[in-house]
Design a protein around this ligand. Structure first.
Ligand SMILES: *[C@@H]1O[C@H](CO)[C@@H](O)[C@H](O)[C@H]1NC(C)=O
Length: 203
């Protein structure tokens, strides 16, 4: 059945499908490379005239724009793909609507809780959070941003009844999981360095 979907309901000859895949992979790669370069060489801060906060805002705008661009490539890819009759039910649209609402709630509330610099890699610029954010939505999941974003992708795939959309959502999930494995140890390292410095000061 899975094979049937990959063979009959996904048109691999459409360039827009590969373009969407490339964009999905590119985005986390871009922000991780940019953030680590910033951490090592302060390149973005220097480009921003020595102001880390402005550097972080510039990176935020870039990442946000890349996200909008990726979403539009995702929608274009789905438009060029067949739909599946099994997904053409009102129940599927209801599930899509719920996923969309929950996903967006997770993304927007975590942005609200973290603030702009907390959301967009401020830690790499030396703009650290005072304390770990533990309130909603971080009291229900560790990675509300990634999970919420993945849910929104799945919501769109189900809404349009697009098997290709579901496959692209699977790719989003894989790419985010890899990104987390790469990011989490690094940010923990940044914060543990800060905590060591803090405790050295108070002693
Ligand atoms: C998470 O926090 C929110 C708001 O502070 C609260 O309403 C909710 O019950 C909490 N959820 C859990 C599972 O603790």
């Amino acid at each position: 059945m899975i094979k049937d979907i990959f063979v009959n309901y996904i048109d691999w000859s459409q360039p827009s499908l590969l373009v969407a895949m490339a964009s999905i992979c590119f985005n986390p790669l871009f922000w991780n490379i940019a953030a680590r370069q910033e951490y090592r060489t302060h390149i973005i801060t220097r480009l921003a005239g020595g102001n880390a906060r402005w550097g972080c805002y510039a990176l935020a705008i870039t990442i946000f724009s890349l996200g909008i661009f990726r979403d539009s490539l995702y929608h274009t890819a789905m438009q060029h793909q067949p739909t599946h009759p099994e997904l053409d039910y009102v129940e599927v649209k209801v599930v899509a609507g719920i996923l969309f609402l929950v996903g967006n709630t997770l993304v927007l509330s975590s942005m609200w809780a973290l603030g702009l610099t907390g959301t967009y890699l401020g830690d790499y610029f030396g703009i650290l959070m005072d304390a770990k954010v533990t309130g909603f939505p971080f009291n229900i999941t560790d990675n509300p941003m990634y999970q919420g974003s993945t849910m929104s992708f799945l919501a769109a795939a189900l809404w349009y009844g697009s098997p290709a959309g579901v496959v692209l959502t699977g790719l989003v999930h894989i790419v985010y999981t890899l990104a987390l494995g790469f990011e989490e140890p690094f940010t923990s390292m940044i914060y543990s360095k800060r905590d060591t410095r803090r405790s050295a000061k108070t002693e």
